[in-house]
Write a protein that binds this ligand. Structure first.
Ligand code: ADP
Ligand code: ZN
Ligand code: ZN
Length: 823
């Protein structure tokens, strides 16, 4: 047998599969998705098996053998390998980079592994002779690697594997960055209960504690953790030790999966009676699941419309079919509250994957999926790679969230990957949001996705009333505070009524754009219709798209006022101001500074939930998914901070943020109120958000995007080049841009003849918004295209022109397909 292997050398020359011979002893272990060690040049390196073959076209005498298999159970499967191929084409990354992104970090660490027998040593269950022999052999060895075991039992590959999957054998690995696997001392009663009788008869009357233990085991014959025995039954561990020494019972270390939620008790919930709106949507999704067809649904449900209940019941349909489900949630929304809703419905069938878990915890959760012990995986971005093999449903909650895009290589978008994976495995995809992204919404118009709508909140609760305050008027009226009179009044009112409030300040807009406080004028680029960014060091204002720059302004070009300045106020300043204006006010400030410790985020939310604070003040993190019954006021300090970011999505992001944060108010019996402060209250994103009018917003925004040649009509690829010397960078950037243009000209001549409608433009090279990082300068080219463009061929061709500079001069090139971050 032969294997095609993608080796772990991320370079252009090696971005293809190499052929290797599978030695007969390894044949039962090598599958598509296996990680293997293979000779490559003079070294042995890691690789992933992507295909098995009976024959090879490669010259046999030159071919080498796979040296070893790294994991007894492959970490990936055929479906994920296929997905990595798709990713490498879509995101212009090496296949190995995509493959490595799919496996948990713990697997990448250096480790040694050995095979151990798990389960009771003293009383093995009925096994066949072969199995007995294998177990005895392992027990007789101090430490045994899988390879040694294979060498000893060359014909028993399938049995060994089966024992591993069954859990009779396990591989134990010491991973440097974690304290090996977690084990607990466990007490095993003898399998034959009569032995307990015999033991009791032999124990002296005064051995009270030992008697107590035996009596307990008589009524509870299951293996039990030693710690539980002493904690819950008050049985001393010395009594256990004494009986174990005499051989009546067995005491062994048993591996446990670390469960970060192990100390929480989840009350079981059952399905709620769906509302009519929910029912209609559920019926559509369930029908698609039952037909086992691939279909992408975009569920546009206003905040509080009960999307989660629809998710839960759709998952139930999927599980009943014997298929598995993945739920993606933005990292920030993956709170215990969120997890609880899934755990309390599906109990131990749920694995949770998120980055706040330690490497080891994450690995354990991942292995539950790999071993088929769970059927539902819920997690952030990378959970889209959960190694299920019979996937029926993929849910992407808050699908519009920018955090689904990974900003490091491979720069994938988890929602896009979910759709691609679903297409492969004929699964149903459910994208949900109160503010769907323009990209997804557009696809419902072209017929790629199907739009489902839930326009009302459950139980007839109204959406909150929204007031937009014109801050220019406040200034005119002599109010220079950061709180308008209306917001001031509303805060005072809530303090009196002992209700709670959420105040939002978007820090991402900190000190970046230049605005007139008298008339709301914002300095924009004459060529790009986006705002200029203030650069403090050079005292200039710059365009991040085309490179246009001008000197900072001393007065407003529009109204001549001197109240022009770069804009932004930190959360800390808002907190100080609150405390000054409302003595005794209890404020919880949540921003990157106060939540960078593990568990801090949850601690603050818990504190707020228990009403030990009046105000939850923060950045975007307070806008998403939170559900507090006593919140009746939501205040947005400055809606414009996002609006003026140099990003073509700024209106969309403003609309989303305002809608999401407004959705935090009045979710329960108390009605909610929202106050939005703005210097440009007439802007359509603010107007539409204040009227909860998504349709009007998308209609207007889509028109603008088309006119300005932005996504979703045009596609973007951002290529960033970095190097220590500017002249080299500029040359490389120009080579790249020229090459792309030339390739396109050549191709489009044929394409147009064939009736193609493709268009392509290259902007740049210009200095990147962050023009230097770690002493490396950065330049970028933006490629825009639409219609019939064979983009991956063009990119490949152009990038290969720079191969030499990359290898000889250490030029770095980063390609970001469908970029989310423009700064
Ligand atoms: P969304 O995610 O759409 O913002 P949620 O799923 O959080 O909304 O639902 C809002 C509230 O409505 C939750 O407290 C939820 O328990 C409740 N809810 C959802 N569906 C129903 C239903 N069919 N009957 C009663 N309450 C429901
Ligand atoms: Zn002005
Ligand atoms: Zn510009």
């Amino acid at each position: 047998m032969y294997a095609k292997v993608i080796v772990d050398v991320p370079a252009k020359d090696t971005n293809r599969a190499f052929d290797y011979i599978i030695p007969p002893s390894l044949e039962p272990w090598v599958e598509v998705g296996s990680r293997v060690g293979v000779p490559f040049g003079s070294r042995v390196i890691q690789g992933f098996v992507v295909e098995l073959r009976e024959s090879s076209d490669y010259e046999l005498h030159k071919m080498r053998e796979i040296k070893h298999v790294l994991d007894p159970i492959p970490p990936l499967n055929g479906e994920l390998v296929e997905l990595s191929r798709w990713m490498s084409r879509k995101y212009a990354c090496h296949e190995i980079t995509a493959l490595q992104a799919m496996i948990p970090g713990a697997l990448k660490a250096k480790y040694e592994r050995k095979i151990i027998v798990s389960g009771p040593k003293a009383q093995p269950p009925v096994e066949d002779d072969r199995e007995r022999e294998i177990i005895d052999y392992i027990l007789s060895k101090e430490s045994l690697s899988m390879e040694q075991l294979l060498r000893r039992f060359p014909a028993d590959g399938p049995l060994l594997k089966e024992m591993l999957i069954r859990g009779r054998l396990a591989e134990e690995q010491e991973i440097k960055d974690r304290l090996s696997k977690k084990t607990v001392l466990t007490v095993f009663p003898p399998e034959n209960p009569q032995l307990l009788e015999a033991c009791l008869a032999q124990l002296p009357e005064n051995a009270k504690r030992q008697r107590q233990l035996i009596e307990h085991l008589q009524t509870n014959p299951e293996p039990v953790k030693l710690a539980d025995l002493s904690k819950r039954q008050g049985i001393s561990s010395s009594a256990v030790k004494a009986l174990a020494d005499k051989g009546w019972i067995a005491l062994r270390e048993v591996e446990v999966f670390r469960d970060p939620y192990e100390n929480r008790v989840f009350e079981r919930t059952t399905s709620l009676q769906l509302t009519d709106e929910q029912q209609a949507i559920y019926d559509e999704i369930a029908a698609s699941l039952r037909m086992r067809t691939h279909q992408v649904f975009l569920l546009h449900g206003v905040t509080g419309s009960g999307k989660t209940e629809v998710y839960l019941q759709a998952i139930e349909v999927c599980l009943n079919q014997g298929r598995e489900a993945i739920v993606l949630v933005p990292e920030i929304s993956l709170t215990p509250q969120m997890v609880e809703r899934f755990k309390s419905r599906f109990g131990d069938w749920v694995a949770v994957l998120h980055s706040r878990l330690s490497h080891g915890e994450r690995y354990d959760e991942w292995r539950k999926i790999q071993m088929g012990k769970v059927k539902v995986a819920i997690g952030a971005r990378s959970a889209v790679f959960a190694p299920f093999s019979n996937l029926g449903l993929l849910i992407v909650d808050e699908e519009h969230e920018a955090s689904y895009k990974q900003e490091e290589n491979p720069k994938y978008h988890a929602g896009e990957v979910a759709v691609a994976r679903g297409r492969q495995s004929r699964a149903v995809i459910l994208l949900g949001s109160a503010t769907p992204s323009l990209e997804s919404y557009h696809r419902t118009q072209t017929g790629e996705y199907k739009l489902l709508k839930m326009p009302s909140r459950v139980q007839g609760r109204p959406l909150p009333a929204v007031q937009v305050i014109d801050m220019r008027e406040e200034l005119k009226a002599g109010n220079r505070s950061m709180f308008s009179r209306a917001l001031h009044q509303a805060i005072e009112d809530r303090l009196q009524k002992q209700e709670q409030m959420v105040l939002l300040l978007n820090r991402r807009g900190y000190s970046t754009f230049v605005m007139c406080r008298s008339c709301g004028y914002v300095a924009g680029c004459p060529h790009c219709e986006i705002s200029l960014t203030y650069h403090h060091n050079s005292r200039t204002m710059r365009c991040h798209y085309c490179g246009y720059a001008e000197r900072e302004l001393n007065s407003c070009p529009s109204c001549k006022s001197a109240h022009i300045r770069f804009f932004g106020a930190g959360t800390q300043r808002v907190e100080e101001e609150l405390v000054r204006l409302f003595p005794g006010i209890r404020v919880i400030r949540m921003d990157v500074d106060t939540t960078n410790q593990k568990g801090a985020h949850e601690k603050w939310l818990q504190l707020f939930r228990s009403r030990q604070a009046d105000v939850l003040l923060g950045t975007q993190m307070v806008a998403k998914g939170l559900d507090f019954p006593y919140v009746t006021l939501v205040g947005v300090i400055a809606a414009d901070t996002v609006l003026n970011l140099p990003d073509f999505r700024s209106a969309e992001k403003t609309f989303q943020l305002l809608t999401q944060v407004a959705g935090r108010a009045g979710r329960h019996h108390l009605p909610g109120e929202v106050v939005i402060q703005s210097y440009t209250p007439e802007h359509y994103s603010i107007q539409c958000a204040s009227m909860h009018d998504y349709s009007r917003f998308v209609a207007q925004e889509l028109k603008l995007r088309e006119a300005r040649e932005y996504p979703p009509f045009w596609k973007l690829i951002l290529v960033t080049l970095s190097h220590g010397q500017i002249p080299l960078l500029v040359r490389a950037g120009e080579t790249l841009a020229d090459e792309i243009r030339q390739q396109w000209r050549r191709l489009s001549r044929h394409a147009t003849d064939a009736g193609g409608d493709g268009r392509l433009e290259v902007l740049g090279p210009v200095a990147s918004p962050i023009s230097r990082i770690k002493d490396r300068y950065r330049f970028q080219c933006m490629i825009k295209y639409r219609g019939d463009v064979a983009i991956s061929g063009i990119m490949d061709g152009a990038l290969s022109r720079l191969e030499d500079t990359v290898s000889k001069e250490k030029l770095q090139i980063s390609v970001d397909v469908d970029p989310q971050m423009m700064m």
